[in-house]
Design a protein around this ligand. Sequence first.
Ligand SMILES: Cc1cc2nc3c(=O)[nH]c(=O)nc-3n(C[C@H](O)[C@H](O)[C@H](O)COP(=O)(O)O)c2cc1C
Length: 199
Amino acid sequence: MPDGDSRRLVLKVAIAITGASGGIYARRLLEVLDVEEVLLTMTPDGLDVLKFEEKVAGTLEKFDPAALKPRSPVRYFHYKDYFAPIASGSNAYEGLVIVPCSMNTLGKIAGGISDNLVVRAADTMLKERKKLILVTRETPYSLIHIENMARVTRAGGTILPASPGFYHRPATIQDAVDFVVNKIVRALGLPAVMPDWGK
Ligand SMILES: Cc1cc2nc3c(=O)[nH]c(=O)nc-3n(C[C@H](O)[C@H](O)[C@H](O)COP(=O)(O)O)c2cc1C
């Protein structure tokens, strides 16, 4: 643990935002994730949907992560910047969370396509046997979506759909969001941000 902070984990995590509904999950994840460093990137459609749903400002060229009030230090990279650390297998990041993950990005990853930093980083995580967590958002799923999810799962990725449970009796949207964010944090191998179920 670094001096002066007994809780922050010495760990680097990458987060990518794509053009599915649910930027609120990314925003909340950034708010609670307490690590050494977060690398953030987003696709053009990711930024468009984020702006539409979360009312944040910014451009792909100049996105200020402070708009999302992150708890940890964040380094932002353009989605075409293949000089970013996560474009290479030899990077220091524990894993990549794509949140929300569109069916387009899921399909690209399942097909081995690496034509932007998000899918290239996913490709490197899989080949290096590191954590890749896709917070998918679509309903209903087509067989193509399901087969793509199966393919990524077989390759070592985790499909973590944005489907909150209701057994913890959420009273607000934030409570439902926190349920999913807690699942993401746990899938990264980090301490829960919500109490675990049961005794
Ligand atoms: C408001 C809005 C909401 C969208 N929600 C979803 C969604 O939940 N899931 C999805 O797969 N695509 C969704 N899309 C469509 C994607 O943005 C589109 O397929 C895009 O090509 C995804 O590109 P990306 O994977 O590079 O981000 C949405 C688009 C808009 C404008």
